[in-house]
Design a binder for this molecule. Sequence first.
Ligand code: SF4
Length: 139
Amino acid sequence: MADKPCCEPVAQNDCCNGATVLIYPCSGSSDVGEISDHAGRLLTREGFGKMHCLAGIGGRVPGITLSAQAAGKILAIDGCPQDCASKTLSVAGIEDFSRVRVTDLGMPKGKTPVTEEHTRVVAEKGIEALRASALRATA
Ligand code: SF4
């Protein structure tokens, strides 16, 4: 079966001049990992980009990797300083992305309730990072 992108790109964000924005939360098992996941989904619902499959990048699934390589902007949301989302992208050769780390926002790992308020804080930081970033050179 031919590989193809798993998800159609969207251009409905209001922060990046119509560029395709892909969002990769670490979606880790901890509280801060879960918050990263919720923030990615919230940003997707609100039209700032599209949450994409970090596991597909880790597994080098061709269609998913191609989508990331072609994205106008990428946001990695890491839960903690292990930086799994950022490292997964980097190891796959995908650079030039914006990053947010949940534990840098006053939310300690293992001690942070997964709430809408915390999710919103991370999402807002992600919007800020996307707005401040330039289009990727490889897009
Ligand atoms: S960045 Fe931290 S929270 Fe996220 S998957 Fe890695 S270890 Fe878990």
